[in-house]
Design a binder for this molecule. Structure first.
Ligand code: PMP
Length: 486
């Protein structure tokens, strides 16, 4: 019981008074009633402890209720909660300066928001105003948010609404006096190019996995010419050909596709894909946006281990980076970081965000950056992440139903299949059985992928090798239990 409220009562309230969608996304058949968190641990209302390897979809970056971040928040809560952009207050300036210092030139101008969707909405608007173009290209299987605009970017069908008008798309009209134009917001028709997925997509496949450097498929293939890359770049060129009139406002890419290991399932692209894509987009007048909200929303803030930002692993510099999730270690916050040139195009109108950049959020986010440094979180991501993937790859070789292990640092996807030859996704009931078993043994992981076929592992960046060993033993046992029963 919590404050005299039984679990049954909570479920009743959930059914009657809460957003009905959250019933749909309750992951577990037997729900976990979470009550408290500390670093990599969560406790339920009965006092049972779980090792949290999902951490609110990588939202908790340095650990639940990290003492340093909590202390910073407490101090600020006693001083000043809110003000507006009208006044000058130190935490905003300290944080913008600090965050900008983590980016290469010319990414120096910071806009603070309250979520990833807001950050992506803002980035879309800025890209359209800056380029004078409309079309925005994303990957199939991507997720970029739940606002009307970002729903158009998002291609994962699970997050779409089946409503349409006579145009075959949903339209929202809004008058924007600031820019003196009628904004026509379209839900559906942003352009999606094929996700360069070398496991489930038509190109790549065994060729990639057979390469000796691909034991963990990190797409650092040393084979020279990557055929998969050429084919997927060809798909991107075809997508350009259907744009009007071959002009692009922006290309939105998640440095690692969250829908596959992220919401998307942690898909890693062939080497050089993003580099070539960026060049082609810029030739067509577009700007390149890295959505690190999934992933920084999930891929940023040191999570990939080798680099602080996901895009750095692709040797590119985007024109805009959007982020959320781990930025505030669970406190609601998001950001867009862009160039002075793009900011100048946007400054023709008035933009403000009432809560974006409030002092509490800024102090928390600033202390998150300091904590990542002090706790060596990026190094932990690299060491523990590499260990986890190496050991998971051994389980992949042991079990017929583990099709692929991929990722970077502590952003890992384990794709489950009926069998390795067919690569047919493991059905939802089977995924659920393993998932529930892992939870019953005290470990929380996530699920994702277009078919719900990928386990997602994205723990707070404070986990230890012992935690990794515990999870590996639990996962091995759960898969083994399932195999014995089937
Ligand atoms: N972009 C990506 C890549 C995400 O993963 C998410 C959230 N899962 C978002 C955007 C939206 O962020 P929010 O839920 O904070 O609006």
């Amino acid at each position: 019981e919590y404050k005299g409220m039984s679990k049954e009562r909570m479920m009743e309230i959930r059914r009657q008074n809460c957003n009905p969608m959250i019933m749909k996304v309750t992951y577990y058949k037997k729900p976990v009633f979470i009550h408290q968190g500390y670093m990599q641990w969560l406790w339920d209302v009965d006092g049972r402890r779980y090792l949290d390897l999902f951490a609110g979809v990588a939202t908790v970056s340095v650990g639940h209720c990290h003492p340093r971040v909590t202390a910073a928040a407490e101090e600020q809560l006693k001083r000043l909660w809110h003000t507006t952009n009208i006044y000058v207050y130190p935490p905003l300036h300290e944080y913008c300066k600090k965050l900008a210092s983590y980016f290469p030139d010319p990414l120096k101008v910071v806009y603070l928001t309250n979520s990833g969707s807001e950050a992506n909405d803002l980035a879309m608007l800025m890209a359209r105003l800056h380029t004078g173009n409309f079309d925005i290209i994303t990957f199939r299987g991507s997720y970029h948010g739940g606002s009307p605009q970002t729903m158009g970017l998002t291609s994962n069908a699970a997050y779409k609404y089946p409503i349409a008008n006579g145009l075959g798309c949903t339209t929202l009209l809004s008058l924007s006096p600031v820019f003196g134009l009628i904004q026509l917001t379209l839900f559906l028709p942003d352009k999606q190019t094929m996700c360069p997925d070398v496991f489930r997509g038509p190109w790549g496949g065994s060729h990639c996995r057979d390469s000796p450097v691909q034991t963990i498929r990190d797409c650092s293939c040393a084979q020279g010419q990557c055929m998969a890359n050429e084919q997927y770049i060809g798909q991107l060129k075809e997508t350009f050909a259907t744009s009007v009139p071959s002009r692009i406002a922006a290309f939105f890419g998640e440095p690692i596709q969250v829908p596959y290991s992220g919401v998307g399932g942690a898909v890693q692209y062939p080497k050089n894909y993003l580099k070539e894509a960026y060049k082609l987009v810029r030739e067509r007048g577009g700007v390149c946006i890295a959505d690190e909200a999934s992933r920084p929303v999930q891929t940023g803030f040191g999570r990939t281990g080798s680099h602080f930002w996901g895009f750095q692993g692709h040797d590119v510099i985007p024109d805009m980076v959007t982020m959320a999730k781990g930025i505030g270690n669970g406190f609601p916050m998001g950001a867009v970081v862009t160039t002075p040139e793009i900011a100048a195009s946007f400054a023709k109108g008035v933009h403000f965000n009432t809560f974006g950049g409030n002092p509490v959020a800024c102090v928390i986010a600033s202390s998150v950056l300091d904590t990542i440094k002090e706790d060596g979180a990026q190094q932990i991501s690299l060491d523990v992440g590499t260990y986890l993937m190496t050991e998971l790859a051994k389980l992949r070789d042991k079990y017929e139903i583990i099709g692929d292990v991929r990722g970077k640092g502590l952003q890992i996807g384990v794709e489950m299949v009926k069998d390795k030859a067919s690569r047919v996704p493991l059905p939802p009931e089977a995924m659920s059985e393993i998932f529930e078993d892992v939870k019953d043994m005290g470990v929380l992981i996530g699920k994702g992928g277009v078919y719900g076929q990928t386990f997602r592992i994205k723990p707070p960046m404070c986990i230890t090798m012992e935690d990794a060993d515990f999870f590996l033993a639990v996962f091995d046992k759960s898969v083994c239990n399932y195999m014995e029963k089937r």
